[in-house]
Design a protein. Structure first.
Length: 418
């Protein structure tokens, strides 16, 4: 037992890098705005980030399968993330930021799969649930701490230098990973992840795209036929709901930072909105996660979508009528409900529902199609967001995101299974 406890301590090596990753997305968007960029420039950066995340999930998943050096992949990933962050110091053009942010997307995705497999390989099966929960909690605490660093740094120190402590934290995780992680005596293939609900849930939480195989056109046709002509239309409705959710998320999240900054809020206040939302989200995941299967998954997902739709639409209304501190207060409350409570409620329920639809055959193709839909919907949402915000206004973008979520809620309500 002592040996097992000792080997589990490696999980803490993810804390510094989680702090480093927390504020990067907001930093990149604010940096683009500081250089004179517009919401279209931000949309391009986020769209490229999301576009790269699709092949990144494929590349690093298969790299993990072929190369079983978990420690090496994790440590090198963290080092490369640190180097990429430092390169922002040398970049004074928007296109250079786009390129670095895309590279960051590729490199930061590398550690997700080997980290989750390590938990299964170094812990007895009876402790997987608690180990995954602890891993998730440490990561969430780190991300929250990173956003808090952004709040404290942004208005008092040179903004572009924020990447320096972030790079140092990522490098610290690389060192800790090299010292604390011991290669397991046995290695699991990623396919085992889909056999264990909790590991599947946690991996999708860390990386919403999981490719056990590269999806081909025949896989899309097979999944479509099984969804359309199956005994139940529930899977088709679930996929429609999830597509609407990620499309809406891409639309809303891409324009949130420039909308806040354009409403006379400081950089620290922009980070503050994310900070409060992350705190509420972490608390909500810890509350709903262990309890989600004790209640109706359909009702939980529907409530999450409904709350999120109302929150997005109301933020759109506030964006039209308010600026300054009143806008900040209203956005913090509504964003905490939308990105915190509602997100956790829907995400927890929908991931269990996806797991329940996998079946015992063609799991790789089903997950590949699901992951491709998630990635494409998020990427398309980011692209749409820039255009609607630039030409029609932020309030139109946020209300549009709310309408899409309302449509996803209607699809979810039509599911027959509870």
């Amino acid at each position: 037992m002592k040996r097992q406890n000792e080997r589990a301590n490696w999980i803490y090596c993810v804390l510094p890098v989680s702090i480093a990753l927390g504020p990067v997305g907001t930093f990149v968007q604010l940096y683009i705005l500081e250089l004179g960029g517009t919401v279209i420039d931000i949309a391009l950066a986020v769209t490229l980030f999301n576009a790269v995340s699709i092949p990144a999930a494929i590349i690093w998943g298969f790299t993990t399968d072929r190369f079983h050096g978990r420690k090496t992949i994790i440590a090198v990933s963290y080092l490369m993330v640190a180097a990429t962050l430092l390169l922002f110091l040398r970049t004074m053009t928007i296109y250079g930021i786009d390129l670095l942010y895309s590279l960051f997307s590729l490199l930061s995705a590398a550690a997700a799969t080997p980290l989750n497999l390590l938990i299964m390989e170094t812990q007895p099966k009876s402790r997987w649930t608690s180990a995954f929960a602890r891993f998730s909690m440490i990561s969430s605490i780190g991300v929250t701490g990173g956003i808090l660093l952004g709040v404290a740094w942004s208005d008092f120190l040179p903004f572009h230098l924020l990447v320096v402590p972030l790079a140092m934290l990522s490098a610290s995780s690389a060192l800790l990973a090299a010292l604390m992680i011991k290669e397991p005596s046995i290695s699991f293939e990623r396919g085992l992840i889909v056999m264990v609900k909790r590991s599947f849930y946690e991996l999708l939480l860390a990386l919403p795209m999981l490719f056990l195989q590269i999806p081909r056109m025949i896989d899309f046709r097979r999944v479509y036929k099984s969804l359309r002509y199956g005994l139940s239309r529930d899977p088709l409705l679930l996929y429609a709901s999830i597509t609407g959710f990620y499309l809406s998320s891409g639309i809303f999240n891409t324009s949130l930072v420039p909308a806040l900054y354009g409403a006379s809020l400081s950089k620290s206040q922009v980070f503050l909105v994310s900070l409060v939302g992350m705190i509420v989200q972490t608390a909500s995941f810890n509350y709903f996660g262990p309890r989600i299967e004790q209640k109706s998954l359909k009702q939980s997902a529907f409530r999450g979508l409904t709350i999120r739709a109302a929150g997005y639409a109301l933020i759109g209304v506030c964006t039209y009528f308010l600026t300054g501190l009143p806008y900040l207060a209203a956005t913090i409350v509504l964003y905490s409900l939308s990105a915190g409570v509602a997100y956790a409620l829907y995400y927890a329920a929908s991931n269990v529902m996806i797991f329940n639809t996998l079946g015992k055959s063609h799991q790789g193709s089903v997950l590949g199609v699901y992951s491709a839909l998630v990635g494409f919907a998020t990427m398309l949402g980011s692209f749409i967001s820039g255009l609607t915000s630039y030409f029609l206004g932020y309030y139109v973008t946020f209300i549009l995101a709310g309408i899409l979520l309302a449509g996803a809620a209607v699809s979810t309500s039509a599911i027959t299974a509870e």
